[in-house]
Design a protein. Structure first.
Length: 436
């Protein structure tokens, strides 16, 4: 009995000197003499813990608890070793045993708070640290009480910092998304593609990013890649009308008109007011030879938005397929009026050129009768504007472009030959003001 205690005391002395390896040897000697020496197991477990031998520490503490199961401090030492190997559930079980033995054991709540913090259960971590601080305060242990309070402050600061980072991250992603969309709308397709690639690296399940990357690839002519992205968008967001619509557009370009119509139908089932779906479905109908249905879809677009020049263009080309030149001219003229009101002179000239192309003098021109011409001349009074005044007025109405003014007069001339020059300028002015 004396020999084992002698070895044990030597071991304690070496622990005080932090000579843990020598201490281990002394505790080993004590246990060879008495294999039921509970405190020797416990102290050897502490040495193993301090040397980083956590499995051995757990084994020794467990053996010690078998011999003296009412020791709350040994449960805590065992729990610390289990925390070190990230076995948090087992650590919590040991801590609960310690608390059952001593409900006022401040260290137990402190360690339990640390475990919950590592597990990400922040509310429980703070609650346990507060309880530990309270118990330390009751024991007048100022240092450990302040330590718990500092840890709580650190956790709360981490929460605030994480929330700030999340807000910044979300704001950054939203700004990045807006920037990518702007590039897509400006026609900067390669730059937009790079941005959408980055967004999908951040979140590989972002349905909107897949959808817009698919649209971007469609604009770049990468049809198969576009469909792959649009399929991904629909996988993550099955009710994405935009993904169906643009997949329909791609399929239409690939000659799969039935598939295109199906996809546009699905888009319109999700959103009956989705204008682009009517446009692309109309395109598919037109390509498949169903011109009346194409015209019907383009007309629906104009019902939703009468200020959409591309719908007028598309309906005009469809009407030309049916030899409806008058209807086509009317649609081109409506598009021209929209461009005129927007002061988009390049597009306006292009629209006028399309009208001029449709017109053919033999089919569209009529010759005025001499009586009609004489009546016009008689009705003009001395106060009627001169040709120069009419020219200046029309040129002013079209933003100072003599070229555009002349095109409008030419259109009037195609419709009726043989009238005085003033009549054509008046007619062009009248038509322009009427359509505003």
């Amino acid at each position: 009995m004396e020999q084992e205690h002698e070895f044990y005391q030597r071991g304690l002395e070496k622990v005080q000197q932090q000579d843990f390896k020598t201490a281990l040897r002394e505790f080993d000697r004590a246990l060879r003499v008495n294999s039921e020496f509970a405190d020797a197991y416990y102290q050897r477990g502490i040495c193993h813990f301090d040397l980083g031998n956590f499995s051995e520490a757990i084994a020794d503490c467990t053996r010690s608890l078998q011999l003296q199961p009412q020791r709350a401090d040994i449960y805590l030492r065992c729990a610390l070793a289990k925390v070190a190997i990230a076995d948090y559930s087992a650590a919590l079980a040991d801590i609960k045993q310690a608390i059952n033995l001593d409900a006022n054991l401040a260290q137990a709540y402190s360690i339990q708070g640390t475990v919950y913090r590592r597990m990400g259960n922040i509310p429980e971590a703070i609650a346990n640290l507060k309880q530990a601080a309270k118990l330390y305060l009751e024991k007048q242990d100022k240092i450990n009480c302040q330590g718990c309070i500092r840890t709580i402050d650190e956790i709360q600061a981490e929460i605030q910092a994480a929330e700030n980072r999340d807000r910044i991250r979300v704001a950054t992603i939203l700004e990045y998304f807006k920037s990518a969309l702007s590039k897509l709308q400006r026609g900067e397709h390669m730059a937009a593609l790079e941005d959408f690639n980055w967004l999908l690296q951040v979140d590989s399940k972002d349905a909107k990013a897949y959808c817009y990357r698919g649209i971007t690839k469609y604009k770049l002519g990468y049809q198969q890649e576009a469909i792959a992205d649009l399929n991904k968008a629909l996988e993550f967001q099955p009710q994405n009308a935009q993904a169906y619509c643009y997949r329909g557009a791609v399929r239409s370009d690939m000659g799969d008109w039935g598939g295109a119509i199906y996809d546009c139908d699905r888009a319109l089932q999700i959103d009956p007011n989705y204008v682009e779906a009517y446009i692309y479905r109309g395109d598919a109908y037109k390509k498949s030879g169903n011109i009346p249905q194409a015209i019907a879809d383009y007309s629906l677009v104009l019902k939703f938005n009468s200020d959409e020049p591309q719908a007028y263009y598309r309906r005009a080309t469809a009407r030309l397929e049916l030899k409806d030149s008058e209807g086509a001219i009317d649609d081109y003229q409506q598009a021209a009026n929209i461009f005129f009101n927007r002061q988009d002179w390049i597009a306006y000239r292009q629209a006028l050129d399309l009208i001029k192309k449709v017109y053919t003098a033999p089919k569209r021109s009529t010759v005025s009768s001499s009586a009609e011409k004489d009546a016009y001349i008689r009705n003009r009074s001395a106060n009627s504007p001169s040709l120069q005044q009419l020219q200046n007025q029309l040129i002013g109405l079209v933003g100072g472009s003599f070229e555009i003014a002349n095109r409008l007069v030419d259109l009037a001339r195609y419709k009726k030959l043989g009238m005085p020059e003033e009549w054509y300028w008046e007619k062009a002015i009248y038509d322009l003001l009427r359509d505003r």
